[in-house]
Write a protein that binds this ligand. Structure first.
Ligand SMILES: Nc1nc2c(c(=O)[nH]1)N[C@@H](CNc1ccc(C(=O)N[C@@H](CCC(=O)N[C@@H](CCC(=O)N[C@@H](CCC(=O)O)C(=O)O)C(=O)O)C(=O)O)cc1)CN2
Ligand code: MET
Ligand SMILES: [Zn+2]
Length: 757
């Protein structure tokens, strides 16, 4: 048996987020294009060298990007929408598609399967696909020069096809023919560099696949593999491989399976259908999505059990998915609770785990001590007192059905709220955050370094809140927000104040483009300690007669955007967070806050990839939201917000939340959503985002009015809210004020128009 270690992909951001800094400097015009290329090359090579030093045998290239890997392929294939025709070719077009310019809107962005990473959606407008210049060969050559024979990776043709938008049914055949052609040409070019393997990532193989889709996969792979002379390794991840009997028989040379997230089903498939003798089996054994150290002895046992079943001749030991979903290294985290440190494994530590597993399996090194330590660490964590909080257990035990429902049904609540809140028709509001300006970030950085005192920092935040209350009054918004200036991130902020969470100093993961998040680590039972948001809301409320919304992140989003303990079901962790938020909401009510928004942008992202698992997830996630929000008075208006997804097939769960008002991002699926609202009336208050907040471009009144009037016939007047797509933290101040002023004008015109009718 031959064992080799490899990773599907390694994080490109660098340990100190060098990648982000380089790319953003280029956007700001601080460095020129040549310097951008030079700096990124240095970072890429550093990543290769790091992995080599850690002992990975087959190093991957093409896991690097200048913004997003789907966008890399789309531009390499000439999938460039017409609206960018006026933009200079090359890097300018690439970044215009990613971010928009003042003249042209950006491409859509949406979640990468069930992760918090967002990719750029390729758009097909009937153009011919042609292979354009690209960087893949350069990446391979520079690795070869380091003496490494890399395994270049690409997102595979089926996944690319399923994620491309705009292909009409009648265009499908032409598109697919073109796609086969460009993939073949690209892979042929790559083959000529002398690499022995090419990896194609097919996460879409783990979604439910019908017969037609299976036939398409066979056709794609038969035609591409026939024409490419290098060995092809297809890897699946995030779930078990669907249609395993078909996919394992594709004319490819290796298949990678996720034995972390799809363990049971993948093993069952191996048992039932075997594994082709001549193929390499990729065993995704180390979790690529969490930050917990693996139980190495268990991993070794699992690999041996898999071998017993199918006796492959060649095994690649790999992470369950790309390591881009975890931070680079846990080595420099010095402020974590001591007992936790040895339990953590970020990308580099996970590579070490793979190497230790390999050494154990092939007996090349004595690993008894490493395995024993790994096991002992598991025990320490399992038995830790933070995981056995009696108060939390008691609170969960005593939950009753009444904790999950509001006292009065929505129709009655709505009447009471109209009376209590006295809002105009077509009320305008924002989603919560206002620009996190350089001043905001710098003050926080200084405060963290203790260069300014607590009171100086608080005074700065208060000044910013007050200033933005005035701005909102001047713009004429109806329901105001405090602006979230005290928050680094909507999840990290709450985690810092709740029991059971830990924080890294440098555990960054890319969320989209150059935007990063530092997901908190939920290691123990979650509990509310003291009010987290009341002071700020109260402070802001003093300066206005209008309502200031309370602003919280929902239980499911906190769960989905954290790294979560794996000793108890996620459902239980969600309940714990919900109970903590329920207390926070009660504190807001005590402070006379009458409108409280509980954001759940990650509710849909957590939806399992397999349809048969949806119902169970939706049951407990909707329950968690209701547990958090249903304890309020009938006159307290609960808002929620969702974004970064398509919601047209998600109306039933949204309705089940029983939230009085929802604001939805709609730049992705405005039309479809309206169609759905036309057939399935949605009874609650709803604000369909009237502009995309991802671009610095200021949309005109007419543009927003068109979007708003579109939904006039499907949303009754008393339910109609006017708001942007999402929070404004990434925007500049001037463009924010300009865009919101236009938005308020839209509401005014709607009020006039509808009165006349
Ligand atoms: N967790 C999470 N997931 C999410 C979202 C979200 O808001 N949160 N929104 C959606 C889109 N994703 C987003 C993710 C990140 C950001 C974002 O703005 N990230 C910031 C970091 C935010 C942050 O934590 N900032 C810290 C640290 C900032 C920093 O880098 N400070 C400098 C120093 C300050 C300076 O001079 O700028 C440093 O440490 O070097 C702070 O404000 O305190 C960034 O990458 O730039 C936006 C949207 C979906 N998923
Ligand atoms: C990703 S959803 C963001 C909601 C949050 N209240 C904000 O405005 O930033
Ligand atoms: Zn949002």
């Amino acid at each position: 048996m031959i064992y080799e270690t490899t990773v599907i992909g390694y994080p490109y951001i660098g340990e100190q987020r060098q990648w982000k800094k380089t790319v953003e400097s280029f956007w700001k015009g601080m460095i020129d294009e040549q310097t951008l290329h030079a700096q990124l090359k240095e970072q890429r090579l550093e990543n290769v060298k790091r992995q080599y030093a850690l002992g990975v045998e087959t190093i991957t290239t093409g896991d690097f990007t200048y913004y997003d890997r789907m966008l890399d392929l789309a531009t390499a294939f000439n999938l460039i929408p017409k609206r960018y025709a006026e933009v200079e070719k090359g890097i300018s077009t690439y970044y215009a598609m990613a971010r928009g310019t003042k003249d042209v809107v950006a491409s859509e962005m949406t979640k990468w399967f069930n992760t918090n990473y967002h990719y750029i959606v390729p758009e097909y407008e009937g153009q011919r696909l042609r292979l354009q210049s690209h960087r893949y060969i350069e990446y391979i050559d520079e690795a070869l020069q380091l003496g490494v024979t890399p395994k270049p990776t690409f997102i595979g043709p089926y996944t690319f096809f399923t994620l491309t938008k705009g292909i009409q049914k009648e265009q499908e055949a032409a598109f697919l023919l073109d796609l086969i052609h460009v993939y073949t040409e690209l892979l042929q070019q790559v083959a000529q560099t002398g690499v022995t393997w090419i990896q194609l990532e097919e996460p879409a193989f783990t979604t439910t696949l019908n017969d037609e889709q299976q036939q398409l996969i066979q056709a794609l792979y038969t035609q591409i593999c026939e024409q490419v002379d290098t060995k092809i390794f297809v890897t699946t991840y995030f779930e078990a491989c669907s249609a395993y009997d078909v996919i394992s028989q594709l004319p490819i040379d290796g298949l990678g399976l996720d034995f972390v997230h799809g363990k049971k089903e993948n093993i069952e498939n191996l048992r039932k259908h075997g594994f082709p003798e001549e193929k390499v089996l990729g065993v995704g054994i180390v979790n690529g999505r969490d930050i917990w150290a693996a139980n190495l002895a268990q991993c070794v046992t699992d690999v041996r059990a898999i071998e017993q079943l199918v006796q492959p001749t060649h095994v690649w030991l790999q992470t369950s998915c790309s390591l881009q979903h975890v931070p680079v290294s846990a080595m420099h985290e010095t402020k974590l609770p001591q007992f936790l440190q040895p339990s953590l494994a970020f990308a580099d530590e996970k590579i070490r785990e793979l190497v230790a597993i390999r050494q154990t399996l092939d007996g090349t090194e004595q690993t008894t001590n490493i395995l024993a330590e790994s096991l002992q660490q598991q025990q320490v964590l399992l038995g830790h007192k933070s995981r056995h909080n009696e108060h939390v257990a008691e609170a969960l035990r005593t939950l009753q059905p009444a904790h999950y429902t509001r006292d009065i049904p929505f129709e009655k609540r709505q009447a009471l709220q109209i009376e209590a809140l006295q809002l105009p028709d077509f009320p305008t509001t924002t989603i919560g955050s206002f620009p996190q300006s350089t001043a905001v970030k710098q003050n926080r950085a200084k405060w963290r370094k203790q260069a300014i005192s607590n009171s100086e920092y608080e005074a700065f935040i208060e000044e910013e809140m007050k200033r933005w209350i005035t701005i909102q009054e001047e713009i004429g918004l109806d329901v105001l927000v405090h602006g979230e200036f005290e928050r680094t991130d909507m999840v990290e902020f709450f985690g810092e104040k709740l029991d059971g969470f830990a924080f890294t100093q440098n555990g960054w993961v890319v969320s989209y483009g150059s935007r990063c998040v530092k997901p908190p680590i939920i290691y123990g039972d979650v509990a509310w300690v003291s009010p987290m948001t009341v002071n700020e809301i109260k402070y802001a409320q003093q300066y206005t007669q209008k309502h200031v919304k309370g602003m919280l992140t929902g239980p499911v989003t906190i769960l989905n955007w954290s790294f979560v303990r794996d000793d108890i079901p996620r459902e239980v962790v969600a309940q714990q967070i919900a109970l903590a938020l329920r207390k926070e909401i009660a504190s807001l009510e005590d402070a006379n806050v009458q409108i409280i928004q509980v954001d759940e942008p990650a509710l849909r992202e957590g939806l399992p990839l397999r349809k048969e698992q949806h119902a169970d997830y939706l049951r407990w996630s909707v329950d968690a939201f209701k547990l958090a929000t249903s304890g309020v008075a009938a006159t307290t208006q609960i808002h929620t917000h969702m974004c970064y997804c398509e919601f047209n097939d998600f109306l039933a769960p949204i309705t089940a939340l029983d939230a009085d008002v929802i604001s939805l991002e709609t730049s992705r699926s405005h039309g479809e959503l309206i169609d759905v609202l036309a057939t399935d009336a949605y009874p609650y208050g709803i604000g369909l985002g009237v502009y995309d907040i991802h671009s610095p471009r200021v949309p005109s009144v007419e543009e927003m009015l068109t979007i708003a009037t579109d939904s006039l016939h499907v949303i009754p007047r008393q339910n109609f809210w006017v708001n942007p797509d999402c929070g404004l933290k990434t925007r500049g101040e001037q463009e924010t004020i300009a865009a919101l002023s236009h938005m308020v004008e839209v509401a005014q015109q709607l009020r006039q128009r509808v009165t006349v009718q």
